[in-house]
Design a protein around this ligand. Structure first.
Ligand code: PEP
Ligand code: MG
Length: 820
């Protein structure tokens, strides 16, 4: 996100010509340290070759590409010219946005500008406004700059941290943060870029829109500031109470389902939120409509009513928390703690009371304030954080119900089992539903990380979210089938389809039971070829569950987790203890310990590594370790010391050249000799195309390969593994990736070495079959996938898998491979 502060904005400018306007905009960029003065000439030069008039009174002058080295850092300057300045051919410009773009951060500004462009009213507002905040809000995001002013600058003492929570600082971790901050007297602030929030206000914190991977600065001032900062830093490192819920894909749970009914009246498509098939009749879930009128009585009386409503809502939330905690565990109940926190927000309460004292009713005042906050949250860039608006509105309604009295009827809970259709289910709705009467869900809104989806998954109820407005048009009692695997709702299916779906339901259940029953048996194909099924775990504490789920070894222990969940480098002794505990917990089963893979998406703030322009292509994995013996040597010593306690293998990540390998392995051998440790197998990860292509050369030297398909896919297809729009295409079963794997396996087998796969594809049932067919001899997967992967391997002959794999190599894309 591009930064824009008030110094880069000039209101009420009066340039006499286009050239002067460009010069003035350029001067602002010079003064703010974004460009060298020479770039202004380049901006003027650009006008000779291109027209930078965008439309609707807005122009975006910028320099020529060859002069980019005159840009010190990417930035923009905005000039408001209320009277207008003539541009080209009779165009008049009122907003001049000077752009100095080193890379592509300004694209976001352009995207917003085009949005502004179509909105004449907003353009007019920007032309007239006296508040630079309006311009900042329009161009950099819709976050109100008032927020920044509300709490001023941050404090001198503080720390920076990266938020590793998968869905950023969403309601639950933010609540955890706020509650912890409130335990201290000191004031706490959280900065994200130019925005600052009060660290003790949930709403303020949520409005920062902190996404996964964002760096924030937490600062505190007051008598106990050092203690507060220490506790907050540790809490962030430990995940702010977030459960490590990996939303398992449908496929990972019970296998994919390639089924479509033959004859249905209509199909509604949405996003798969919880796998499974459900058959039943529909029922629209009518949320209560609360009618709020502004009929105030005496202000003191309204104030009392408001207080009573808040107390009642808080009491309900406490009760709900206890109930949900008993049913689904504290992680899932935590959302109701977050709701209570919304109610404790001083700003929200003060503003509501302010309206009451201006002469409005408590209900009306509260509704205004809630609606305002809901609207602000909906505008956040991050869709997951924006989705939390539903929580705000849920808690708002909870209070409102007490304020408007009980005449609004509660939505009738179905008495016979139904498939529930709704606009969106709030956490309160979901918690109130009786799982015995709900066969499946389908909602208009929501995403796979919504609380509805999370609860549906823990209840084992097939669910579809984000299915669009048509859902609300479906009449009650319509027979339908929910396909939670593929996110499809089939309306009025033919009797034959219903029977087929029932048979499939039973078959899926039977398969899952059968796979579980034989999870301890080895994975042997019907013609006697055995594949080792190992597990990816990082902590000794997870070993027992993995063994209980059928794991035969640890195929990948990601040691970076030891470094991520704390504030300082773990000592050699601490690391030794972690590795020894793991190998002991696996009771004689082999453990592959991967050396540190920091960099890319895994940031460790306290290492103070230089910022990378392109972190996935920079100093990460073994490259970093080779440059930082202070990290590498203690780790290698710790692993070799632990090797005395059980069968360990060492694996180096991100090997891309033979030199990487020879340096890393030479250092390992030197350390082994120094501490007189036993020899252990040394292997490398194949996750970079160069390593796959040179696998024949590597195979002469290494003891084994383990293919990291997560990274291999991103590097082979040049698709960022975290990119939301590319997620679907970045398929590890793409034939280009499979060919790299084929190359690796063939090279290894010629040299008599073995190959495993520890990337996500190994745990995909289709992936497991194809990888086995390609000759991979170990699959390392997450704990819940073990039984299913073993079952897949047992389901066919090796010969069949080999022939499938050969066909897959000839396919044109991932979808074609999957359809095999
Ligand atoms: C991989 O890249 O496939 C892998 C297993 O490593 P990570 O996901 O830790 O990068
Ligand atoms: Mg990797």
């Amino acid at each position: 996100m591009i930064e824009l502060d008030q110094r880069q904005i000039q209101l009420r400018a009066h340039p006499s010509s286009k050239a002067e306007a460009i010069r003035q905009a350029g001067q602002i960029l010079v003064a703010s340290g974004h460009i060298e003065p020479g770039y202004i000439e380049s901006m003027l030069g650009r006008e000779k070759v291109a027209n930078t008039y965008l439309g609707n009174g807005i122009a975006i002058p910028h320099g020529l590409p060859q002069d980019r080295e005159l840009i010190k850092r990417t930035g923009i300057a905005v000039m408001q010219v209320p009277e207008g300045v003539p541009w080209n051919d009779g165009e008049t410009v009122h907003i001049v946005v000077g752009i100095a773009a080193k890379s592509d951060e300004h694209i976001e500004v352009l995207r917003r500008l085009t949005r502004v462009l179509g909105d004449q009213e907003q353009v007019n507002k920007l032309i007239r406004t006296n508040d630079p905040g309006d311009i900042i809000a329009a161009l950099t995001g819709d976050r109100p700059p008032a927020l920044a002013r509300e709490v001023g600058n941050d404090y001198a003492s503080g720390f920076e941290a990266v938020i590793h929570n998968k869905t950023g600082l969403h309601a639950r971790p933010a609540t955890f943060f706020v509650n912890l901050a409130k335990k201290y007297q000191s004031d706490v602030k959280v900065r994200r870029g130019n925005d600052i929030a009060n660290g003790k206000s949930l709403i303020s914190l949520l409005k920062l829109g902190v996404e996964h991977g964002t760096t924030i600065r937490v600062s505190a001032e007051g008598a106990d500031a050092p203690a507060a900062l220490k506790a907050l830093q540790q809490a962030i490192a430990e995940g702010l109470g977030d459960e490590d819920e990996e939303a398992p894909s449908a496929a990972q749970l019970v296998g994919t389902l390639a089924w479509t009914p033959r004859s249905v009246a209509a199909t509604v498509s949405g996003i798969s939120a919880a796998p499974g098939l459900a058959i039943g009749v529909t029922r629209q879930y009518m949320q209560r409509k609360l009618v709020v009128e502004d009929r105030p009585s005496d202000a003191m009386e309204e104030g009392d009513r408001f207080q009573e409503a808040l107390n009642a809502a808080n009491a309900e939330l406490d009760q709900l928390y206890d109930e949900v905690k008993t049913r689904f565990g504290s992680g899932k109940a935590a959302i109701f703690r977050a709701h209570s926190e919304f109610l404790n927000d001083t700003g929200l309460i003060q503003q509501t009371v302010g309206l009451i004292f201006e002469g409005h009713s408590a209900a009306w005042s509260w509704q205004q304030m809630i609606n305002e906050r809901v609207a602000q949250m909906q505008k956040l860039d991050d869709p997951i954080l924006a989705g939390r608006a539903v929580d705000m509105s849920d808690v708002g309604d909870r209070v409102l119900r007490h304020l408007v009295g009980s005449d609004a009827p509660a939505p009738a809970t179905p008495d016979a089992p139904v498939i529930l259709l709704a606009d969106d289910l709030t956490p309160s709705d979901t918690a109130a539903l009786d799982p015995d009467t709900i066969l499946g869900f389908c909602t208009v809104k929501g995403g796979p990380t919504s609380h509805t989806a999370i609860i549906a998954r823990s209840l084992g109820i097939p669910a579809i979210v984000g299915a669009g407005q048509d859902v609300l048009k479906i009449a009650d009692q319509t027979t339908c089938i929910v396909d939670g695997f593929n996110g499809k709702l089939y309306l009025k299916p033919h009797d034959d389809d219903i029977q087929a779906a029932r048979a499939l339901q039973q078959e899926l259940q039977r398969k899952q039971d059968a796979a579980n029953a034989v999870r301890f048996e080895p994975a042997v194909t019907s013609d006697g070829h055995q594949v080792e099924v190992a597990v990816n775990i990082n902590r000794a504490a997870d070993a027992a569950a993995a063994v209980e789920a059928g794991a035969e070894a640890v195929g990948l222990m990601r040691t970076e987790f030891l470094f991520l969940e704390r504030n300082s480098i773990p000592s050699e002794d601490e690391q030794f203890a972690a590795y020894r505990d793991m190998v002991q917990a696996m009771q004689g089963r082999s453990v592959i310990i991967r050396t540190l893979d920091i960099g890319g998406d895994k940031e460790v703030p306290y290492l103070n590594l230089p910022k990378e322009d392109n972190s996935f292509l920079g100093i990460r994995g073994v490259r970093l370790c080779l440059l930082r013996p202070d990290l590498f040597i203690p780790q290698l010593r710790a692993i070799y010391r632990a090797a005395a306690y059980g069968p360990i293998k060492i694996m180096f990540p991100m090997i891309s050249t033979l030199e990487d390998w020879s340096q890393a392995s030479a250092l390992a051998e030197q350390i082994r000799q120094e501490i007189n440790a036993p020899k252990v197998p040394l292997g490398i990860m194949i996750e970079v195309p160069s390593a796959a292509v040179l696998a024949d050369q590597f195979a002469q030297e290494v003891d084994f390969f383990s293919i990291g398909t997560n990274d291999l896919t991103q590097y082979v297809l040049a698709m960022d593994r975290l990119h939301p729009q590319l997620a679907k295409q970045a398929d590890g079963l793409h034939p280009a990736v499979l060919r790299m794997i084929d190359l690796t396996v063939k090279a290894a087998s010629r040299a008599g070495k073995w190959v495993g796969v520890c990337g996500g594809v190994a745990g995909d049932p289709q992936g497991a079959v194809l990888l086995t067919g390609l000759g991979v001899s170990e699959l390392s997967v997450s704990t819940p996938s073990i039984a299913e992967v073993k079952a897949q391997i047992r389901s066919r002959s090796f010969a069949e898998m080999q022939s499938l794999a050969q066909r897959a190599l000839l396919c044109k894309n991932g979808a074609e491979v999957r359809s095999l």
